[in-house]
Design a protein around this ligand. Structure first.
Ligand SMILES: [Zn+2]
Length: 321
């Protein structure tokens, strides 16, 4: 949730999340800030080569960490580790910026219920204590899934920062390419992230059909919660536009075996509730997944701002059958 929820004007949270997971996966309970800063800075310079890491509003100051990262990126990548200037900038900015905000959720004062770390020590030799909660997560069987979610989220956010594609994502949301199971932007149909990685966190890593955990060893399928074969039965709104069942709102990761057994039946009440809860959770995340769901509600004459609307909308779809 720390990674999925909250407004992003930069991508520091993802680089920190990645560095923290690595450090904790080694079973360490503490790490020097300067050691944590190495993978943090390197992840950022690698991503800088692919897409902007800050939304396009305003100019960056010369001392801004991203300005330093841009200047030092080529040399750091050549060395395989951050240059001294980049490392110094990371050590200086991390505790003042991203490490203060990492636990924040959306809304005033909202935070995740756990601390994942604590920064102690003096300015030049700061130590980051990694909490038991962080070590538990990093060592759990869900760790691989979290990694996938983190990189999907990062990709969605940095793509939305890109000129051209970003504007289309923010205005029009995303579409799903069902052949590759990738989320793409509407205009160029360029792949942004995998459907499963992009949404599984919002259903808390659980299969939408059986509500048990999906582990990295499970075969995963992306289920049409309302089966695709229902498409021709459904007409919504006044214009007789068919309701799109191939869209994010109706697609959910499941165990492949659960999906296979489900076949073409309509969703159960429990599945409908889980889908509505998952979609309500996505509505708490920043654009563009949220935008995509808002547009689905709007196009079908439902309110995109009223809380709980997904429960009403899904019941409405069910009643159309
Ligand atoms: Zn299942």
């Amino acid at each position: 949730m720390a990674v999925l929820i909250g407004a992003n004007s930069r991508t520091y949270k993802f680089a920190l999340g990645s560095a923290l997971l690595d450090a904790a996966a080694e079973g360490r309970s503490e790490i020097l800030l300067r050691d944590l800063a190495v993978p943090y800075a390197m992840e950022l310079v690698r991503h800088l080569g692919q897409a902007p890491q800050v939304s396009q509003k305003g100019e960056l100051g010369e001392k801004d960490f991203l300005s330093v990262a841009e200047r030092e990126a080529a040399e750091s990548l050549r060395l395989g580790s951050p240059t001294e200037e980049l490392l110094a900038a990371a050590i200086d900015s991390m505790p003042r910026m991203v490490m203060q905000k990492f636990h924040n959720l959306r809304g005033e004062g909202a935070e995740v219920p756990h601390r994942f770390y604590e920064v102690t020590g003096r300015s030049h030799e700061r130590v980051v204590r990694l909490s038991k909660e962080l070590r538990d997560i990093a060592g759990s069987e869900q760790a691989a899934t979290l990694r996938g979610e983190l990189s999907a989220r990062w990709s969605i956010v940095e793509t939305s920062f890109a000129i051209g594609i970003g504007q289309s994502l923010i205005r029009e949301g995303v579409v799903v390419d069902l052949t590759t199971l990738q989320i793409t932007d509407r205009q160029r149909r360029r792949s942004v992230a995998g459907v499963t990685d992009a949404v599984i966190g919002f259903q808390r890593g659980l299969c939408l059909i059986c509500a048990e955990s999906i582990t990295p060893n499970d075969d995963i399928a992306v289920d049409h919660v309302f089966p695709y074969s229902f498409m021709r039965l459904l007409r919504s709104g006044d214009q007789d536009t068919p309701l799109d069942l191939d869209a994010v709102w109706n697609l959910a990761p499941t165990h492949a075996r659960c999906n296979g057994q489900k076949s073409n039946r309509p969703p159960t009440r429990e599945e409908m509730t889980r889908l509505a809860q998952r979609n309500e959770a996505i509505m708490q995340s920043p654009v563009p997944l949220k935008k995509t769901l808002e547009l689905t509600l709007k196009h079908n004459k439902h309110s995109s701002t009223r809380p709980g609307e997904w429960h009403r909308f899904i019941q409405h779809v069910h009643d159309l059958l």
